[in-house]
Design a binder for this molecule. Sequence first.
Ligand code: PEP
Ligand code: MN
Length: 339
Amino acid sequence: MVIIMKPGTSQNEIRKLAAKFEAQNFRVGITNGVDCSILGLVGDTTKLDEDKILLNEHVERVMRVSEPFKKANRKFHPADTVVNVNGVEIGGGNFGVIAGPCSVESKEQIVDIAKEVQQAGACMLRGGAFKPRTSPYSFQGMGVPGLKLLLEAKAETGMPIVTEIMSPKHCELFEEKVDLVQIGARNMQNFDLLKEVGKLSKPVLLKRGLSNSYEEWIMSAEYIMSEGNENVILCERGIRTFEKYTRNTLDVSAIPAIKRMSHLPIVVDPSHSGGYSWLVEPLAMAAVAAGADGLLIEVHNDPKHALCDGQQSLTPPQFGQMMGKVQKIVDLMGKKVVY
Ligand code: PEP
Ligand code: MN
């Protein structure tokens, strides 16, 4: 950490502040410039509060040199992490497509869709049982019975299942039944939930919050990892911008930027990013070309009558068509599609 003192601060004040940090076991180097002096702190500064340091009237600025996140940081773990979801590996050259409806609606619906997306090349089945809806009057998901239907679809296809957890009270249930535990955008900074999910043995799909920065997103992964669960897959799902024509704006830069900052795999959800079925394929292609490790696609066999997010859902034939194109870009990127 670097502390820049205000111009004209006396050597006495600078030494007093240095002594305070030395008393906390930091090594402090003092550099006196023409206009101002700088303190360089060496040691574990993660527990120091920048705002408290700024309360000292002689301090101009505080800059962290060390990274706020450790376990998720590429600097301390240069190799790509490969996350194993019940036998399906994502990351490090393995490209996986997760597909399925926004919400589980019936046995026929989920089993039919599961079979169709599997045939088209999906490696995992998604489906919401507990749904985070903006309105309390909208369909809230089938709950536990929905989870049971996902398990039936898994039994028929062998595909691992991905579904969203909304409450820490469901951790035990998810630990037992779910292969990849999804944290939705709205819960990205639900720190109690992150900590509990960090204690599970199941891998986690962590979606980016609606208006969160890369650093905030990775810090949320750090919450999960610091509890012991290091199997985290990040998911870019579009962010809020001033543009209203699309539901959200896919942040393509997030893919290379996150890869630079972190070793964790990143998948992209073009369905929630664009909000319209006609946008899914072009956004998916852009994501693959930018280096994504996978995709999350909403697929419904009757989008017009879907209980949630029908307007952005692909039909199984549309999904199959998109997969053909995706495969070509995955080849170009030197990766392999996993099933
Ligand atoms: C979902 O995947 O259905 C979902 C609710 O996504 P998000 O949390 O990204 O809005
Ligand atoms: Mn949805």
